[in-house]
Ligand binder design. Structure first.
Ligand code: RP5
Length: 327
């Protein structure tokens, strides 16, 4: 995969919830192996399979139709037999507003491309097509139709807090990477329970929730799991997070995420913000401990050496760029 983010028109500012139209990325990471390979090349094993396993390790196997990179775009004709899949958990969830397949009931008018105040169905990339009563993934074919493991048809909105500090030695000096000769950043990283991959501690924007609140809630749930902390310390910790998250931060990205759960009709979009404590004044002093969907949380070196979930490496490249740090 090339530089996913560089294909977007990224604006850096601190306003949240502002809708802007970004250019749509031309292709996905390979969904067949998840590695960004090109299944149309003969040396690639993906080319030999018609269907490949998708989803997470703790879910029953689901197979996607293999889509060669040059057939991802909807405008390219392709004899295509995607697999229809919506997980039982999603189908039976009482939490989801869009909890039934709209094709089952032609009388139900779904307000696609709109925010009806119960659900924001707008995409950061502008209006998407609705084909046979379901949204069409603006980034092309994925080998799977339905909602997969996602709660909503169309865009599923998430938020990603990228909390960073400089890596320091015992004397407090910022450490420099021997290869790039650039200073090293650390970020708050989690190990996702579902895929066992390193990731930013992001999560879904809940109904009627503002992105700024999601950023705080997810950071709290996934990285600040201290059941034994006394009430006063807990209060101080949350006050620090609230103060920094609401008053600082650089928007790194908003738009489509190359998430393994994406289908032809449901996809992830996120807003990623960087909160940097360059002088060890507030966030840098926080100890982290995994909770909720994270089996672990820890400060981790920011660099190309670490493989990360979905498009998270692309967001962190941008963060490294902004701070002129090692990548
Ligand atoms: C990714 O999935 C987003 O970038 C965000 O980090 C995450 C949200 O999903 P959950 O962590 O809530 O599963 O696409």
């Amino acid at each position: 995969m090339g530089n996913f983010l560089s294909r977007f028109n990224i604006h850096l500012n601190t306003r949240i919830d502002q809708r802007e139209v970004y250019r749509i990325p031309p292709h996905h990471k390979c969904r067949n192996c998840g590695q960004g390979c090109d299944p149309s090349k003969s040396e690639n094993t993906c080319v030999n399979a018609k269907y490949t396993r998708t989803g997470t390790k703790d879910q029953p196997a689901v197979y996607r139709a293999v889509v060669p990179n040059n057939k991802i775009n909807w405008s390219t004709s392709y004899e295509y037999q995607p697999v229809e899949f919506t997980s039982e958990k999603v189908k039976t969830s009482t939490k989801e507003y869009v909890d039934k397949d709209p094709r089952d009931d032609p009388k139900v008018e779904i307000p696609w491309n709109l925010d009806d105040r119960l659900c924001d169905r707008r995409s950061y990339h502008g209006p998407y097509k609705v084909v046979r009563r379901v949204p069409q993934n603006p980034c092309g074919r994925t080998g799977l139709t339905g909602r997969g493991h996602l709660g909503h048809f169309g865009p599923n909105h998430a938020a990603d807090p990228i909390v960073t500090r400089w890596k320091r030695d015992q004397n407090g000096q910022i450490m420099v990477h021997p290869r790039t000769q650039k200073q090293i950043l650390e970020f708050v990283c989690i190990l996702r329970k579902d895929t066992n991959e390193y990731a930013i501690p992001g999560g879904m924007v809940e109904k009627k929730e503002k992105v700024t609140d999601t950023l705080q809630r997810e950071f709290h749930e996934e990285t600040l799991n201290f059941p034994d902390l006394d009430e006063r310390s807990k209060h101080n910790l949350l006050a620090t997070i609230k103060d920094v998250f609401e008053n600082g931060g650089i928007r790194i990205y908003c738009g489509y995420v190359d998430d393994p759960r994406n289908t032809d009709n449901s996809w992830m979009e996120t807003t990623a913000y960087n909160f940097h404590d360059g002088n060890n004044e507030h966030l840098a002093l926080i100890e982290v401990h995994g909770g909720s969907d994270a089996s672990k949380a820890f400060w981790h070196d920011l660099g190309s050496e670490t493989p990360l979930y979905a498009s998270h490496a692309e967001f962190l490249t941008k963060v490294a760029d902004i701070h002129n740090a090692h990548w």
